[in-house]
Every structure is written in C-alpha cells, then in structure tokens.
Design a protein around this ligand. Structure first.
Ligand code: ACO
Length: 326
C-alpha cells in the first residue's frame, strides 16, 4: 500500500485573549479553580468578523504554504467542525472556493472533538487508494458562540481556533502506520448541543432560547476520556506493530490537563513525551490537535522519522487515534 502522511501544517487562532481573571468577572469562578481543575489559563475568542469558515481558510492557506503545495493540486478537502457557520453550504465547500482549489471534492465531518483525527484517517484512505492525490484536513471551531456564558461548569473550558494538515504520498515507511476509530452512541446525552431538535420543543417548556448551547456531564465525560485515551492509543500502536516505547511524541486532545495526566499514567509515559498547550487555548474541539501539531512543528519538535500519536475523544461519544512516522 502507498505510504501517505502529513506533509504540511498550519493554524490560526483569534487575537482576542480571554483569561481566567476575565472569567472571574462573568461567573462565580476563580483562576485558582480553573487552573487546578483543568490546566487552562486563557483561551481565544473569535472577533465579530471571524467565523469557523474564515479561520479554516487561514489555517488551510498556512498548511498549503508549509507543504509548498498550490491549491490547484488539492483534490479533497475535509473540514471537521461542530460549529459550522451554516448547516449548508458546508464549510469545506466555502474553503474550496476561497483558496481556489478548483478540482477538489469537499465535505464536512461532524464527529465532535474527534473530528480531525477521523478526518486525517479518512483522507489517508482516499490517497492510499488513489481516490485522491492531495487532501486538506481542517479542524475549525467557534465554540465560544455555543457555550452558555452563565454556566460556570462549561464556559471556562472552551476556546476558538483552527488547524489544518496537508495529506499526500510520503517516502516508504513514513506516514500513517495504524489507527483506531470508535464510537458509543449510548453516551450521546453526556455531551451535546441542540440543532433542529430544538425546533420541535415547546419553547415555554424547554427553555429553548433560540441559540443552541452546549451541555456536558463533566464527571462522566472525564471518566470516559481517561479510559479511551489510553485504550485507543494502545489499539492504534498494536495495529502499527509498535509499542508505547517506540513513540517520540503524543498529541492528546487538549481538553483538560488532568485527563492528559491520567492517560499518561495509564500508558506509563512521562509528560515530556506529551505535547500540551491547553493552558493557552482551552478546548478547541476538532481544532485542538492540528493547532498543537503545528505549534510543535514550529518549535522543532516534529523531527524527520519521529513516531507520533494523535489521540482524541469527544461527543458521540467518539474516540480516535492514529500513529504516524513523520
Ligand atoms: N468555578 C468554580 N467552581 C466550579 C466551576 C468553576 N468554573 N465549575 C464547577 N464548579 C464547582 C461545582 O459547582 C461543584 O461545586 P459543588 O460541589 O458545590 O456542587 C464543584 O466545583 C465540583 O464540581 P465537579 O463538576 O465535580 O468538578 P470536577 O473536578 O469534575 O471538574 C470539569 C469539572 C473540569 C468539567 C471536569 O469534570 C472535566 O474536565 N470533565 C471533562 C470535560 C472535558 O474534557 N470536556 C471535553 C468534552 S469533549 C470535547 O472536547 C467537546
């Protein structure tokens, strides 16, 4: 089978920073509570002119520049998001037009925070099979537009941003080595945001305000996350014929430092093998892993030949991981 992997990365985050101290003025919380319970110090918030689509476009342009690939060579665009500007047209079609990828097929993927990892695995299948030659996978979210800013249990956790990766053939032995995708819809009610379902409810009874807002059972999601982060990493490594000792760097979904710590303990890896930037951006859902990978690359941490794991969990419930030799 053709070797296929990530050949370029890019990311975009809004300029506006919302610190824990800013949140202290909005809800009954404290920097101390947020820092010790989540590891988050600040997050980015999209300005009025910034949307999931505009951020996706910027991240896509940066990833293409990093890969030195012109938009005309891209023949597949996948955007992972739970916060699209529109139900339709898809975010991916808008990116396709904006960057001038005139021969690209384009579609969105709605898998919650797990979407980018699902997208990379999907794009790799297309390129490996010859169904595409060069794909763009983007995770982009404006979660601050669907959080309930009066709910201290959730509003402190999320932020906005976008990250993108270019997927193309790579030298033999490099690229995607294995993956693990999974879902358990029975956990759907633990983490959700309404869409058309809200229209069927009686607004007087449901309290529906006209804007879909995010609901999360934090404790249950926490337990689920710790379990699947370790299990999925090991499953993907087994399919790759590797062990945890072969891994140079792990990119966990950046949701909560305690989840990351607990998963690292279960895997028996030290924190210096785990990339963390949740302190700066909070949980950016599908954008969290590509933003982290791009930052790592710019910091010289993605060396040629190094083995990396990306592992995520999220709404669905869902989980996903891939192992890649850079
Ligand atoms: N500030 C101050 N106090 C707070 C806050 C806050 N922001 N939020 C909750 N509290 C209070 C609660 O009201 C509760 O008080 P009480 O005991 O008087 O009722 C107390 O703190 C403890 O609340 P818990 O919910 O038990 O706190 P916990 O330690 O579980 O931390 C958290 C909550 C951070 C949400 C944790 O459960 C968590 O991280 N869960 C996973 C979240 C996650 O990863 N989500 C991502 C989902 S997937 C995706 O990425 C979309």
């Amino acid at each position: 089978m053709k070797s296929v992997g990530i050949v370029g990365l890019g990311s975009y985050v809004p300029e506006r920073v919302l610190t824990n101290f800013d949140l202290e003025k909005l809800v009954d919380t404290s920097d101390e509570w947020i820092t010790t319970r989540t590891g988050i110090k600040e997050r980015r918030v999209a300005a009025a002119h910034e949307t999931t689509t505009t951020m996706a476009i910027e991240a896509a342009k940066m990833a293409l520049a990093d890969a030195n690939v012109p938009p005309s060579e891209v023949d597949l665009i996948i955007v992972a998001t739970v916060t699209p500007d529109y139900f339709f047209p898809s975010t991916a079609c808008q990116v396709q037009h904006a960057i001038g990828a005139s021969k690209a097929a384009a579609f969105d993927l709605l898998v919650g925070c797990t979407g980018f990892v699902y997208g990379v695995v999907t794009a790799c299948q297309f390129v490996q099979s010859g169904g595409a030659n060069c794909a763009l996978v983007i995770g982009s979210e404006t979660l601050t537009r669907i959080v309930d800013w009066s709910d201290r249990k959730t509003c402190v956790l999320f932020g906005d941003g976008a990250g993108a990766a270019v997927i193309a053939p790579v030298p033999e032995g490099r690229g995607l080595l294995g993956f693990d995708l999974g879902s358990d819809g029975s956990g759907g009610p633990l983490l959700k945001a309404g869409a058309l379902q809200s229209c069927y409810a009686n607004p007087l009874e449901s309290g529906f305000s006209g804007r879909p807002t995010l609901f999360m059972n934090g404790n249950e999601v926490f337990k689920f996350a710790v379990r699947v982060m370790a299990e999925s990493t090991l499953a993907a490594l087994q399919k790759s014929g590797l062990t945890i000792g072969d891994v140079d760097l792990i990119f966990p979904h950046q949701a909560n430092i305690r989840i990351i710590d607990a998963a690292a303990r279960r895997l028996g890896v030290s924190m210096d093998k785990i990339f963390v930037n949740v302190d700066k951006y909070g949980n950016t859902s599908a954008a969290s892993i590509p933003i982290a990978m791009d930052e790592a690359k710019r910091n010289g941490l993605l060396r040629e030949g190094s083995v990396v794991v990306a592992v995520s969990f999220g709404a669905g419930l869902s989980w996903a991981s891939f192992v890649m030799r850079m």
